[in-house]
Write a protein that binds this ligand. Sequence first.
Ligand code: AP5
Ligand code: MG
Length: 232
Amino acid sequence: MAYGHYRRYTYLNRKMRLVFLGPPGIGKGTQAKIICHRFTIPHLSTGDMLRSAISAESDLGKKARTFMDRGNLVPDDVVLGMVEERLQKPDAHGGYLFDGFPRTLPQADGLNELLNRINQNLDIVLALEGDDDILIKRLSSRRTCESCGTITNLIFSPPREEGKCDECSGKLIQRNDDKPDVISERLKVYQRQTEPLITYYAEKDQLIRVNGVGTIKEVTARISKNLPDGES
Ligand code: AP5
Ligand code: MG
């Protein structure tokens, strides 16, 4: 399967359209940043878009906050509308990487319909996988730079200076939904609402499963084996 994908994408003469699927804390955002930088495609994280809307105190942000703070999903129509608007921006006309979207069956159907309308298709849906104990450990020790968005970790990649981002010296903050009770709700929501997408995309022969446990470099190498430039 992986080799078939490798051969197919070696001959792509346009930028890739990818989805990163996987439970909270598996490393979607961390790996998406690396892959997007390598392929010069925009990183379309619905979680990041919603957090920006919350910071901007927009109507969308106010609505989203009530769901996100509890670890629940924002309604499908809100997310689909936001994604449709984002895909119209010029930087997304070539290729892109969706991180954390779609995450329900109606969102997957909605994306399908939207892509048909604009005559596009997804190339690969990559599912990162790992057990709950490692996810809980990574999430409870995650910190994010409030200035540049760099994701770091107090256990696995501690910052050189406490509380400060290695990239820009911005302040490192903990996400509101990285509190223990909210993490456990997010994991349940993932199993109930998002995991069915694994079968959905496997049946469409678009799915690649990748072990998300190991160092960041090891996981990047596993992902890279399934992308056009092959070996990492
Ligand atoms: P979202 O922001 O998408 O969060 P998530 O899916 O819960 O995933 P995370 O961002 O928590 O984890 P990640 O997989 O990106 O891991 P990361 O790379 O940060 O969504 C948040 C909320 O927004 C949702 O709960 C929902 O309310 C709403 N929402 C978003 N999209 C939606 C949608 N489509 N529909 C409806 N609602 C939506 O890594 C985690 C930590 O581990 C970091 O500290 C990192 O440094 C570390 N790490 C990463 N990889 C490794 C490694 N290999 N080894 C050691 N440490 C590692
Ligand atoms: Mg993320």
